[in-house]
Ligand binder design. Structure first.
Ligand code: PLP
Ligand code: COI
Length: 354
């Protein structure tokens, strides 16, 4: 599906908010750039996208997003290099995954040109909002939700696709301690776990709140059937290093096919690191923690980048992961952020100049 978009209409904000932002102390996703992309689906097709001032949205109380949760989203980042050129990382993969998520939620797919041309127009207009400080970037949130009216439990006939941007710093402040979940599940076979559906996150909030009350930052989900196998964390895929081997679970219809995850698998292999994509049981991780062969655990995701895990809780017991000098996590973080920010060659063709 490829609809041509020439000259996306741009309605500029009357006044910029950029001077109110402290770019040296950015939190994650809490201040928003001057503009957003807006595109409406009605009469059976996506209408021409427009870039408009970032603004609130008015919806009918019966809009199906409120009742039946028809919403999907993506997470991306824009980076600036030393010459102020703007880069994205594997953006077509985000477009493809947005449509994979949409299909599962019975939401109409967005044409590639609307997504890519819209995003490029928006980023060029709000280019001053892309932070240059190391560790900061412009977090990009494409999302689609049902605006169509009615209490009938069926797919809406109208939707809104928005891309909003937030200059952001790190997602986690410091190292992350996780709780391996034994009771609740994030997803199930045949469900929507592989989709970036809003409801997947809502369903995690309560179990995560319980974990936070116990002193953990994130939950590591286990398979819904047996709770024996490690799946992923709330906002990132998980890598586990046992001795010198890096292990991550296979993706499935319960797990998000993370773009950072699949990039790390390739980057690690290129470094000569032994990588195994296989089921990893909680039992194996606990045994490795006890015998000292568990060397590292880290999360990987767009927002989280590479987030080292300092320890985990399981079955009422806490396990610390002793700090190493040269970690796979720091090597992988350097390799991926150097590609993202145009500090090195990109042999994989992942970097995308805007
Ligand atoms: N898993 C979940 C549940 C996520 O929300 C994310 C974040 O997008 C990831 C994994 C990592 O995916 P990606 O690397 O594509 O950002
Ligand atoms: C991302 O990493 O982009 C995500 O979408 C995770 C989100 C929960 C912040």
């Amino acid at each position: 599906m490829n609809t041509a978009v020439s000259d996306i209409e741009v309605i500029k904000a009357k006044k910029t908010k950029i001077h109110d932002v402290d770019f040296d102390h950015l939190s994650f996703g809490s201040t928003f750039s001057d503009h957003m992309l807006e595109c409406n689906y009605k009469d059976g097709k996506w209408q021409a996208p427009k870039v408009v001032p970032y603004q609130p949205i008015t919806l009918d109380p019966s809009a199906k997003i409120f009742h039946y949760g028809q919403s999907v989203f993506e997470g991306m980042k824009a980076y600036k290099d030393a010459k102020n050129d703007i880069y994205l990382f594997r953006p077509l993969d985000n477009w493809k995954r947005l449509n994979i998520s949409s299909k599962r939620l019975a939401i109409p797919e967005v044409p590639e040109s609307y997504f890519m041309e819209g995003l490029k127009t928006l980023l060029k207009l709000d280019s001053e909002w892309i932070p240059k400080k190391e560790g900061s970037s412009l977090y990009i949130r494409p999302f689609i939700f049902a605006t169509g009216k009615g209490f009938h439990a069926s797919p809406a006939n109208e939707y809104k696709f928005i891309i909003a941007c937030a200059p952001s710093g790190a997602y986690f402040a410091g190292k992350v301690k996780v709780l391996i979940e034994e009771t609740y599940s994030r997803s199930a076979n045949g469900g929507v776990g592989f989709a970036k559906a809003g409801g997947n996150y809502a369903g995690q909030f309560y179990p995560t709140q319980l974990a936070v009350e116990k002193g953990y930052q994130q939950v590591i989900w286990t398979d819904d059937n047996t709770h024996e196998y490690i799946e992923e964390a709330g906002a990132m895929n998980i890598f586990i290093r046992i001795n010198d081997t890096l292990i991550t679970g296979p993706t499935s219809d319960r797990i998000l096919d993370g773009i950072t995850r699949k990039s790390i698998i390739e980057l690690a292999k290129a470094e000569g690191i032994a990588v195994e994509v296989r089921k990893i049981s909680v039992h194996e991780v606990v045994a490795a923690a006890k015998n000292g062969s568990l060397k590292e655990m880290f999360g990987a995701g767009t927002a989280a980048v590479i987030s080292p895990i300092s320890g985990f809780g399981y079955h009422g017991e806490d396990f610390d992961i002793p700090e190493l000098e040269n970690t796979y996590a720091s090597l992988m973080k350097k390799r991926i952020t150097d590609i993202q920010t145009n500090k090195c060659e990109d042999p994989f063709g992942w970097r995308f100049k805007v």
